[in-house]
Design a protein around this ligand. Structure first.
Ligand code: G3I
Length: 453
């Protein structure tokens, strides 16, 4: 191990003890305040640590407790895919995608969008299309979904798994590919137009080391950068056995050198060297400044798509595995800092205090509630309002805030443009619903501006 060139986290103390009698140098590296969760440990170098989330598991308290405690980024495992979001042509369904998004945002996490276009998990109606009809349906899908989530997504997997396995280095045959080789760049341009602030990623598997397939992706990204096609990041899925290939870090580095971020997007590792494998992956990412974060593809082994392979960080009961400890240690050991620098996790709680009041426009069977948020004697950078809705009442729409759900206790978080409120001043948001909101008494707490992203 090259201790002299190894970087350490900001909080680490490196002490050198000269063992004069032995004539040897012993370097002891300890961490003065090692972080105790994956998200906090990754944040020390400006990275995130994320997981895939299934909407159907958000009622499982063991699952949600680990999610809320450990992870700072969330990917919808299936709920933002084409078959889920546009089951019929032109009819969009964001119910489960929104549940995952709102759960994440209201708990201070960011969200990776997955995936706008993919040859799998297409709705039946799209699988039956071809040519210009499929092309326009696909681009419309990108535009609609990216617009729905505009301003709320950290990075989108715009195109997933478009390259062929094997030695060709070329594109995979698919209905999308048969609409013309430029379908990928058309998708990226549409995504940029719909959500200019989201990072736009190309995501694939078996591209973790330097091989024909990853070189095919590399050549496409280089071409996109040269021609000004908007692309910001490359996702290496990293579904691995035992550990990463030996040239994993070199592969991450060569993509970073093209001027894009690299994200490890779907990490899971089967096999007997799992714990070492997780620390190798972590160290490789930490060594490259533009490797901005790691996402594991599920929380507990029982949540994994790799049934029976136990490839994740928590066992079926939610206990931390050796792979968890090796990951946490590797994150705490530090590394390069990502451009933009460390972030604070847990999020800055914000400053100031606030109050909320509601003005109700009710009718039989429904209502519109307008909520006024007023800052106290110091300015707010962000806010959260909690409303306890009566049973039988359902939120059907909202504006100028992101809600955590549609029934029961709903937490509303500011959006980008109304988080900052000067001392003594007010801002408004609203929601409509079915049922009654009589007697609603919202409470307000200050929050960090970044919680709303
Ligand atoms: O929800 C239905 C359920 O109602 C039904 O009874 C059951 C019967 O098969 O199917 C359930 O849906 C399954 C869904 O996962 C939710 O569990 C689908 O059949 C199944 O195909 C789907 O698998 C997903 C797979 O993508 C689809 O290709 C996995 O959960 C998901 O983890 C996996 O994720 C992919 C990434 O998106 C891209 N990279 C590879 C990765 C792993 O395959």
């Amino acid at each position: 191990m090259n201790l002299t060139s190894r970087s350490v986290s900001r909080t680490a103390i490196v002490s050198t003890v000269l063992a004069a009698s032995l004539g040897a140098t012993l370097i002891v590296t300890t961490s003065a305040s090692a972080a105790t969760t994956l998200g906090a440990a990754a944040a020390q170098t400006g990275r995130y640590y994320g997981t895939a989330v299934a909407a159907g598991k958000l009622g499982d308290s063991t699952y949600v407790n680990i999610l809320n405690r450990e992870f700072s980024m969330v990917t919808a495992e299936n709920e933002m895919k084409w078959d889920a979001t546009e089951p019929n042509r032109g009819q969009f369904n964001y119910t489960n995608g929104d549940r995952i998004l709102n759960q994440a945002l209201s708990n201070g996490k960011r969200v990776r969008g997955h995936a706008l276009l993919w040859h799998q998990q297409q709705p039946g109606w799209a699988r039956g299309l071809s040519g210009s009809d499929l092309r326009s349906a696909a681009i419309n899908h990108v535009t609609q979904v990216a617009s729905h989530y505009r301003g709320k997504i950290y990075a989108w997997d715009v195109v997933n798994e478009a390259f062929a396995d094997g030695g060709s280095g070329g594109r995979r045959d698919s209905n999308l590919q048969r609409t013309g080789n430029d379908w990928i760049e058309a998708a990226f341009r549409a995504a940029r137009a719909a959500d200019p602030n989201a990072k736009l990623c190309y995501n694939d598997y078996n591209t973790d080391g330097i091989n024909a397939k990853s070189t095919g992706v590399y050549t496409m990204v280089r071409d996109f950068k040269a021609r000004g096609v908007p692309i910001d990041c490359v996702g290496l899925q990293s579904h691995l056995t035992n550990g990463p290939p030996g040239d994993y870090q070199a592969n991450i580095q060569r993509f970073a050198d093209l001027g894009v971020d690299v994200q490890i997007t779907e990490l899971d590792i089967a096999g007997s060297s799992q714990a070492n494998g997780f620390s190798s992956v972590t160290r490789a990412c930490m060594a490259v400044a533009r490797c901005t974060g790691i996402t594991v593809w599920g929380i507990r082994d029982t949540d994994s798509w790799r049934t029976g392979e136990n490839p994740l960080l928590f066992d079926g009961s939610g206990n931390k595995k050796a792979a968890y400890t090796s990951t946490l240690n590797a994150l705490n050991a530090g590394g390069t800092t990502v451009p933009g620098g460390p972030t604070t996790t847990p999020p800055d709680p914000g400053s100031g205090s606030c109050t909320a009041s509601v003005s109700l426009n009710p009718w039989t069977g429904g209502f519109v509630a307008t909520v006024t948020v007023t800052a106290g004697s110091s300015a707010l950078t962000g806010w959260r309002v909690t409303t306890a809705l009566p049973s039988g009442t359902t939120v059907t729409g909202s504006w100028s805030a992101v809600g955590s759900g549609t029934t029961g206790t709903v937490t509303w978080t500011n959006v980008d443009y109304n988080g900052a409120v000067a001392a003594g001043r007010s801002t408004e948001f609203g929601f409509q619903g079915s049922g009654s909101a009589e007697g609603l008494s919202p409470t307000c707490t200050a929050a960090a501006a970044r919680e709303a992203r």
